[in-house]
Ligand binder design. Structure first.
Ligand code: PRT
Ligand code: ZN
Length: 287
């Protein structure tokens, strides 16, 4: 159990998750002063300290209680906890998917290789930075292959003949294409997640953690929802509801004396694209 007064969250110091992790906290109303090469940044208006580290260390820091919370990719979380111990994942709880840092961990083969099914991997050498997840996958498929652990530039391994295939993170697929590789199996779909240690924190920190989580919920929901206001003829209401399937119990306000025209205020869960707006107009909505 932690004896610290303030909550501590581990974030990636620099890299793909850094900006968006800090951005999320900023949108939660938290302000902090970042100084170069400082590991710990106190939040000025919330009892929280940011600990800025390599993403690889975050699962262990949270697991061991060095930090109470963390933001890390599911890929790193799963890999590091698998390597730590078979039961390590019981010590870390995923509180929420955060919707950024999306990618997948995939197997890729030279594009001319005649890949049929996972059994095509049998007896091959596969280079990866995710030896734990790859081994788990191969074991589940009952396939014996040689895992070549590499920490970087995995995609060049087949070209330089260190390995036959690779297992690496993919987002656009451009890196694979430019190295003459083809994605054949997805082992894991990943995004950044907010995690915490399973053990209870002192009451005041528990309270702060709940407050922070509620703010994060609010920020993410707000970014997914759209508040829509429009005027329309009353007889267009059903059509309009049909155009906005995610619309939650709209408020309907009669306009004028005859009640023929109404104002509709609603929160729509789906993203409203211009096309939807055009269809609403065509159904009689205005303003
Ligand atoms: O220094 P530190 O250890 O903290 O950072 P890092 O270099 O290990 O990680 P970083 O910053 O590269 O990535 C952090 C996290 O971002 C990863 O663990 C993933 O959860 C997530 N993420 C999302 C990605 C990608 N997309 C991604 N495309 N991480 C890496 N890549 C790499 C991939 O390894 C490959 O080299 O990008 C290349 C493929 O990209 P595409 O677009 O060409 O397919
Ligand atoms: Zn890393």
């Amino acid at each position: 159990m932690s004896t610290r007064q303030r909550l501590r969250i581990a974030l990636q110091k620099s890299g793909r998750l850094n900006d968006k992790s800090l951005g999320l906290l900023a949108r939660c109303g938290l302000s902090f002063e970042m100084r170069k090469d400082v590991l710990l940044a106190p939040c000025e208006n919330f009892p929280l300290d940011l600990m800025l580290v390599r993403d690889d260390d975050i699962p262990e820091y949270v697991h061991d209680g060095i930090c109470d919370l963390g933001i890390v990719g599911q890929n790193v979380l799963q890999e590091k906890l698998l390597l730590k111990s078979p039961s390590a994942s019981d010590g870390v709880k995923v509180l929420r998917k955060l919707g950024f840092g999306t990618c997948r961990l995939s197997l890729a083969v030279p594009k001319e290789f005649d890949y049929q099914s996972p059994s095509s991997l049998s007896g091959k050498r596969i280079a990866t930075s995710y030896a734990g997840i790859l081994k788990q996958y191969l074991d589940a498929q009952k396939i014996t292959a040689e895992i070549i652990p590499l920490t970087g530039s995995v995609e060049i391994a087949p070209t330089v003949k260190i390995a036959d295939f690779i297992c690496d993170l993919v987002s656009s697929g451009e890196t694979l294409r430019s190295n003459g590789l083809r994605e054949v199996e997805v082992l894991l779909k990943s995004e950044a997640v907010l995690v915490r240690a399973v053990g209870a924190l002192p009451a005041s920190q528990e309270k702060s953690a709940a407050r922070l989580l509620a703010r994060i919920e609010g920020v993410i929901k707000a970014s997914q929802n759209k508040y829509i206001m429009m005027n329309a003829p009353r007889n267009a209401l059903e059509t309009i509801k049909g155009i906005l399937p995610g619309m939650e119990s709209p408020s309907i306000i009669p306009l004028g004396d005859d009640g023929e025209k109404i104002a509709i205020h609603a929160v729509a869960r789906e993203n409203i694209f211009w096309e939807t707006m055009e269809r609403l107009k065509a159904a009689g909505a205005s303003s």
